[in-house]
Design a protein around this ligand. Sequence first.
Ligand code: MLT
Length: 329
Amino acid sequence: MKRLLVLAAAAVSLFAANAQTFPGTKPISLVVPFAAGGPTDRVARDLAEALRKSMGGNANFVVENVNGAGGTIGVTKVAKAAADGHTLLLHHIGMASAPALYRKLQYKPLEDFEYLGMINEVPMTLIGKPQLAANNYRDFENYIRANAGKLNIAHAGLGSASHLCGLMWQSAINAKEAMTTIPFGGTAPAMNALVGGQVDLMCDQTTNTTGQIEAGRVKVFAVTTAKPLLGNKLLKDVPTLQEMGLKKFDLTIWHGLYAPKGTPPAVLAQINTALKLALKDPEFIKKQEGLGAVVVADKRVEPAAHKAFVASELDKLKPVIEAAGKFAD
Ligand code: MLT
C-alpha cells in the first residue's frame, strides 16, 4: 500500500511536471484527415493560428494532412498516436458517420479519443459545374431525372461530409442510382475538377464553396440547412432543400478537436482552455463567418458536452446511412 502511494505520488508529480512543460518546444501536429486547401484544412489552419496566440505564442502547431478512405485513415493515425498532447485531430461529422459505413473501422469514436471541444458549424451547398444546363433548383432536379445514369457527383470519400450529403440528397429525391459517385482525397481536389467541368456536381461546405460561387465558377442550387441563410449576403436568396419540397432535410457540418485516449488530464485542460480562448478570437470568428461558418459558443466547447453531442449524432446518422444501404467495406 505504502509503495502504491509512493508510485501514485510519483505519477502525479510526473503529470504535473509534464503539464507544466507542455507544450515545450516540440511541435503539436494537428491532423486533418482530408486534402490541403479544403474546408476542414481551412478551419484547421485558421484555428492553429488562433491557438498559437491563445497559448501565449509558445506553441508551434503544424497542420498535417493525412487523407483517404473518407477521413478514416487520418483518424486511425491519431487513435494510435502517442497520448502526450503533441498529436491532435481536427475532424467533422465524419467522426459520427464512419461507424455506420465502415464495418471494419480500426477505432471507436467514443472510446479511443479524448474530446477537447467543438469548433464550428458549417452549412452545405448543392453546386454544379458552370456548364450544367440548369439555373435554379427545380430545373436542376428535372435535369438530374432527365439524365439519370449519365451524370456524376464528386465527394471526398465514403463517410465524408460531401459523401453523406450526396447520399442523403439522392435518397431524398429517390435518385440513388441516377448518378455515379467520384471519390477524391478531399473537396479541394474535387472542386478543381468541378470548376474544370470534369465532374458534374457536388455537395460541399460553404467554407469551400463561397469563393467559387462568388466568382461564378460554379452554380449553386440549394443550401442544406433547415432555415435559409438570411445572414449570409451571398447565399441569402438560395433556397433550402426543405423549401424545395425535401421535408425534414437538414444537414449542417460540425468540426471538433480530439486527442488520443490517455492524454494527461492536465494537458487536455490546457488545450481546452486555449481552444475556448481561440473560439473567442475576433480574427478567427471573422474568418469563419466570412465563409458562412458559425463558431460554437455554447456548452459544447466543453469536452463532456462535445462528447454527448457526437454520441447523439452517431445515433441520428446510423439509420440515415443504413437506409441508403451502402457500406464502405
Ligand atoms: C474536406 O476538407 O475536404 C472536406 O471536409 C471533405 C468532406 O468531408 O467532404
